[in-house]
Design a protein around this ligand. Structure first.
Ligand code: URA
Length: 190
């Protein structure tokens, strides 16, 4: 997959049948944002609106994420957004570990093209698949981990904020950490 252009990568996900999620999709959802961003957000998987529009985080949770990013003065060119699985799970259920694994090569292909210096895991599914399964997201959030030269930070999934207001402040604080790290990395590389 390493030599695929973005266009071919997009075609590969639209034709993918590596797991059962491909049977129920309207369309697969690759990503949105800047393809040479230093920061990448990784969510769980498309919901209904994402499945319809072909873009990640365009529903209610995405609007909340965009609002938080704007309030912290992130520029849209600062980040790229993708998901662990590219096809909507039925009834928005959590993707099975086998589905996440079947889709992992696509996410790896995105990592190797965008080459982010910072990856923010949005929620337990991204955290569990990209960082570790050892701690719950409530315990793991807000802590930096460096793996192969990339900084990883995990936080709550924005949809969790819609169900539980008390998660809004820690979520915002975590995004602030990501903004500070981004500014720090840029200051060093300029
Ligand atoms: N939730 C996700 O994890 N990803 C999306 O794209 C939308 C909602």
């Amino acid at each position: 997959m390493a030599e695929l252009t973005w266009e071919n990568l997009e075609k590969a996900i639209q034709n993918c049948r590596n797991c059962p999620l491909g049977n129920g999709r309207i369309q697969a959802v690759l990503g949105r944002g800047s393809r040479d961003a230093d920061l990448m957000f990784v969510g769980e998987g498309p919901g209904r609106q994402e499945d319809e529009q072909g873009k990640p985080f365009v529903g209610q949770a995405g609007q909340l994420l965009d609002l938080a990013l704007k309030s912290l003065s992130f520029d849209p060119g600062d980040y790229y957004i993708a998901n662990v699985v590219k096809c909507r799970p039925p009834m928005n259920r959590t993707p099975e570990p086998s589905e996440a694994q079947a889709c992992m090569n696509f996410l790896r292909a995105q990592f190797s093209r965008v080459r982010p210096k910072i990856i923010v895991c949005l929620g337990a599914v991204a955290h569990g698949n990209l960082v570790s399964n050892e701690l719950s997201i409530s315990r793991a959030r807000g802590k930096w981990i460096q793996k192969k030269g990339v900084w990883f930070l995990s936080t709550f999934h924005p949809a969790a904020l819609l169900r539980d207001e008390s998660k809004k402040l820690p979520f915002w604080q975590d995004l602030k950490l990501a903004k500070e790290k981004l500014d720090e990395i840029r200051a060093v590389s300029t």
